[in-house]
Design a protein around this ligand. Sequence first.
Ligand code: SF4
Length: 243
Amino acid sequence: MVPDIAQLKEKYSALPIDALLREFLERYNERIALASSLGAEDQVLTDLVLKLKPTARIFILDTGRLPQETYLTMEATMEKYQFKYEVYCPNNSQLEQLQREYGPNLFYKSIEHRKLCCQVRKLEPLQRVLKTVDVWITGLRREQAVTRTDIEIIEWDETNQLLKLNPLADWTTEQVWQYIKANQVPYNKLHDLNYPSIGCAPCTRAIQSGEHERAGRWWWEAPEHKECGLHRRRTAETRKEVI
Ligand code: SF4
């Protein structure tokens, strides 16, 4: 059943971020999880969530193509907070089929090939984990991309039929980094090398001065295509569905 989103927004959207997270963690208990890519925003949320609830569920989609720096961030975070991530990997037979059919670097051939890779390495594992929750928490921010300008703190995820909590929706990049520094949160060292947004190694590059922060993701594609399908939505600007 679709919850009363307007009522939830009215009740919770204006709360300070820790109070908002506490309410949802208590209310949904084992049926809420943070989706972490180990990027700066997700590290902020990891710190907040684990301080409120050390046993909170935090999951990672290990695509098998993540940069080594991301795995080092994962280890540093586990060490600091003394917890274990829920790690989800691609389905073995689907991945073998993908590799046999298209080779290891299919994502550069076309948008369709890239989406196929994201489907096998990210979306199928995501769909498995989302079956176990009623709410997922994300680090999405409106500032991040043209595909994210209409993100709300509390919204209904039509694709996955779940509540989506985006506590950082209106945070700026500066706020994210202020929090990381003030709280000594472990972060991916690629951020220091001009990688504001980090995904799989072959699909992420550093950005140049003046480029948008997601310019280094699938840099060979147009900005309105720069989503992998995890956060499928209709954009305010184009009203076209992005996948
Ligand atoms: S980001 Fe690139 S390597 Fe990672 S799943 Fe998508 S296409 Fe594949």
